[in-house]
Design a protein around this ligand. Sequence first.
Ligand SMILES: C[S@@+](CC[C@H](N)C(=O)[O-])C[C@H]1O[C@@H](n2cnc3c(N)ncnc32)[C@H](O)[C@@H]1O
Length: 311
Amino acid sequence: MPDEIVHWIGETHPRTIVDGTYGGGGHTHLLLDVLPKAECSSQQEHGGVSGLSPLIIGMDRDPAVIARDDVAGGPGSDPRIELFLGSYEKSPAALEHCGRSHADGFVLDLGLSSDQLADRARGFSFTLEEAELDLRFDPESDIPAYEWLAYHSERQIADAIYQFGEERYSRRIAKMIILRAKDRSPVRTVGDLVEICRRCVPRGKNHDIHPATRTFQALRIAVNDELGILQRTLMSAADWIAPGGRVAAISFHSLEDRIVKNAFRDDERWTILTKKPLRPTEQETRDNPRSRSAKLRVAERKPDSIVNAAP
Ligand SMILES: C[S@@+](CC[C@H](N)C(=O)[O-])C[C@H]1O[C@@H](n2cnc3c(N)ncnc32)[C@H](O)[C@@H]1O
């Protein structure tokens, strides 16, 4: 939903934007159009014509994403872009590093990029069955999914698959994962887990979703602490988004969407600008079938005086 992102963020004439999920850089590069042009060096030395120089901070947890674009002459070399390797939870530190106390816009486009899905080494796609079941956004931190399975009990695995994947057959799946480990052939590859899901999850009438879809989503969320990071970030975002600044968040499943919706509703510093989440157009879902479950919510930080006004 790139046009909507540009519209909602651009409307406030931002000078500092954080793109918390840089990915292929699509949003960052479109948002350059709503930033003032880069100032010449003498203007920059004096803090620009109207204060701070225009800036988009692009953050991603995936080292391959940042290494690809953060090279001289590469897509990240526009003087208005600063790329940071790390979770968007660290946005306040990235802002501080760039000499800013606040952002005027914050964009989240949650989930996976198509590059990550196609990468054989990551295990995100259950069509690449020989790949190791890794599922980390940052392969240099924490533990891969196959180790996560080895460190957790049957109960913990079943709970995660149920809670984060809303998979009805979570107990059966967890039981078979543990049985394989006891047989000295623990789940190691994508194919190992896909086979278990095929055996445990009956095919729906319309065969509309692959039997492994919910389980893979659940493990990816658990391994990357995706919901915890989203919740903590949105709970504190009004501390570092300027009054009048906006957050635009695109989520891809109901668990993420609920966190976004509740975070905006429960903090009186936000005005919700999208009463119902915005959905992609038919044309967009035809061009990019993965966008069909996307939901965009936008909120604006109230001016401080409104929050503090006496009842
Ligand atoms: C759907 S893609 C973003 C696509 C991007 N908006 C574009 O236009 O190309 C999501 C990206 O978010 C990254 N990501 C996931 N969780 C993250 C986190 N907590 N912090 C920073 N990046 C994260 C992933 O590595 C992936 O590159």
